[in-house]
Design a binder for this molecule. Structure first.
Ligand code: SF4
Length: 333
């Protein structure tokens, strides 16, 4: 017996998450139940599993109802092993640019952008810039997904009326979300994001943002600069996928490594090397979710990491077990 292949389970420090990536359903379980689920091949069928583990009867029944188990594993054994890795041709999932005339012209004159991505986003800060962009937009209209206008004064209707932009361009007003929403966590439940996060830091993987100086980052929200667009052209742009951040794995990022959401999380915060281990990273700003006590900051009994007995910064990662156990038991028992 086994789990169906679209059922993904992730063990966190304090509980486990089960996700059905096809139906989008999620369930939380104890880590003891996680251990049982990883040894399902020891059982012939659900009846035997339930009889031998009566303490998990309720959990097993819940999963049984949701068609999580596959009892035909004997037949499946005739098929080749399922590859738990993601392989895809090189393209950027998204290229975005803070509009600057020189940088924009360099980019559009020197790169086949439509070969590099199918999602091109232009952040515009001045009304006049739209005129410059408009001249070139026809060439890119099948990949320009958004013109993000960073100006509260300009009415979008007005822009459409004045410049009669083609309806294919989606105009979106955009207040600087990167500053206000840095701590908002986006979770995306699908197979690809799960497989990708097993190998990479999803928020950096195949993302490219170009700022007004031509500096390259992964996302507008990031501070880390990985080069300048003027150093690149059509022939060497693929080199950008090989940098010191290419092989960061979420399991090497302190705190996130213990979070049951880590394989579906799209938090864009930069990850920074710790001083205690060159292969370990940390995030400067604490997440809105505390994976040790399994609480979100909007919940009444939420406590931050420090108050839960966890210390995570550039120089140290430490769990004060006595303090943590005391707090966890008070919250959950
Ligand atoms: S701790 Fe926060 S940022 Fe890290 S994986 Fe969990 S939800 Fe995402």
């Amino acid at each position: 017996m086994d789990l169906f292949k679209d059922i993904k389970i992730t063990k966190g420090y304090s509980r486990s998450l089960l996700v059905d990536t096809t139906k989008g359903n999620i369930e939380f379980f104890s880590n003891d139940f996680y251990n049982l689920l990883t040894n399902l091949s020891d059982y012939k069928n659900i009846t035997e599993l339930t009889e031998k583990n009566p303490e998990f009867k309720e959990d097993i029944n819940l999963l049984k109802k949701n068609y999580v188990f596959n009892e035909n594993i004997l037949e499946l054994e005739n098929f080749i092993e399922y590859e738990d890795t993601l392989e895809s041709p090189f393209t950027f999932y998204k290229i975005s640019i803070d509009f600057d005339k020189f940088v924009f012209n360099y980019l559009t004159d020197n790169f086949d952008i439509y070969k590099l991505t199918d999602k091109f986003i232009i952040h515009i800060y001045n009304l006049e810039d739209i005129l410059t962009i408009k001249k070139k937009l026809d060439k890119y209209k099948h990949i320009v997904k958004y013109l993000k206008i960073h100006n509260d004064i300009i009415e979008l209707k007005e822009i459409l009326r004045i410049y009669k932009l083609d309806e294919t361009y989606e105009l979106e007003s955009y207040k600087d979300e990167s500053k206000t929403n840095l701590n908002k966590i986006k979770l995306l439940v699908n197979n690809n994001i799960y497989l990708e996060s097993k190998q990479f830091y999803s928020s950096y993987k195949n993302m490219l943002h170009i700022n007004k100086n031509g500096d390259l980052k992964f996302n507008p929200e990031n501070e880390i600069i990985i080069g300048n667009i003027l150093e690149f052209n059509n022939n060497n742009i693929n080199d950008l996928t090989f940098n010191e951040y290419t092989n960061i794995n979420i399991n090497d990022v302190m705190v996130c490594k213990d979070c049951e959401f880590r394989h579906f999380c799209l938090d864009k915060q930069d990850v920074i090397k710790t001083t205690f281990d060159k292969k370990k990273y940390y995030k400067k700003k604490e997440c809105e979710y505390n994976p040790y006590i399994c609480k979100w900051s909007h919940e009444d009994d939420y406590l931050n990491l420090e108050y839960s007995g966890i210390t995570s910064n550039a120089n140290i990662f430490e769990i004060n077990l006595e303090k943590f156990n005391q707090i966890f038991n008070k919250l959950w028992n």
